[in-house]
Design a protein around this ligand. Structure first.
Ligand code: URA
Length: 270
């Protein structure tokens, strides 16, 4: 069968699509199919199955494995003084203006006008909803420059939970990373998404925020992107986000599939 014929109405062989997505060699991917670990549109796939990578929903162990070619994912380093809504009635700069306008994308979640740091924008509505859902409690890490230097007790309060006007916060990770006397830097990792949560937590323990930067969203971190700049997420980063919100309840690691040695191995988008 010629490649032309193969990619026409019959679709492409599933193992080829999986291999191209970086899940391993075609042989490794055939084994995944033979072991019944691959579903296409909620049905367990059998060897010989063909798929349309733009339409079919391909999961391995219940987690999205093949990222559709028509979906785009940008990782933006949001600068301060930028809103995260798609439009601003006051005409302020929006995050959407900082990434390509076509196809139209939307920010995943929010950051305050003055908060800087990582933000994902995408046209993948499913991932957006999964990441935003409080049930998944995706970890977000922030670096905050605050007034003064929090005491051990203040750090303990941040870790154990702080009483805010909308209730006590869940346990968080908090570390003093720099002591400059009049100010300090705190790394705070939370998995709730309440309005202005980090600012309110730090204010509540007596250390108002001077500057706030988000440094990680679940498995995604990158300190090399300049403010206002973006890069596409790699396919493996997108898969790692899906794995983070995977519904299987298992730790989803793709390492077990072995070294990628097939056509996906040198996929430049990975
Ligand atoms: N917490 C805040 O206080 N502000 C943000 O922008 C994000 C988290």
């Amino acid at each position: 069968m010629t490649p032309q014929r193969e990619s026409a109405r019959d679709g492409e062989r599933l193992q080829k699509v999986l291999a191209r997505a970086g899940l391993g060699s075609r042989r490794v991917c055939e084994n995944l199919i033979a072991e019944g670990r691959v579903t296409v549109n909620d049905e367990v796939a059998v060897l010989g199955r063909r798929v349309d990578p733009d339409r079919d929903r391909v999961l391995v162990d219940g987690i999205t494995a093949v990222v559709r070619d028509d979906l785009v994912y940008y990782l933006l380093n949001k600068p301060a003084r930028t809103v995260t809504t798609a439009k601003d009635p006051q005409g302020r700069r929006t995050v959407v203006e900082l990434v390509p306008s076509e196809p139209r994308v939307f920010p995943v979640g929010r950051l305050d006008y003055d908060t800087e740091g990582l933000m994902i924008l995408t046209n993948d509505g499913e991932l957006t909803n999964l990441l935003a859902h409080p049930r998944h409690g995706i970890e977000k890490e922030y670096l905050a420059e605050v007034d003064g230097v929090p005491s051990r007790d203040a750090i303990r309060q941040l870790r154990e939970g702080v009483e805010l006007d909308d209730g006590r916060t869940s346990p968080a990770q908090a570390h003093l990373v720099q002591d400059r006397g009049a100010s300090s830097a705190i790394e705070l990792t939370i998995h709730e998404g309440r309005n202005r949560q980090v600012r309110r937590m730090l204010e509540a323990v007596g250390h108002p925020v001077r500057r706030l930067v988000r440094t990680r969203i679940g498995p995604i971190a990158d300190r090399s992107i300049d403010p206002g700049q973006w890069r596409p997420l790699t396919r493996s980063e997108v898969r790692s986000l899906y794995a983070e919100v995977g519904e299987t309840g298992e730790d989803a690691e793709y390492g077990e599939y072995g070294e990628a040695e097939g056509p996906g191995a040198d996929d430049p988008s990975d």
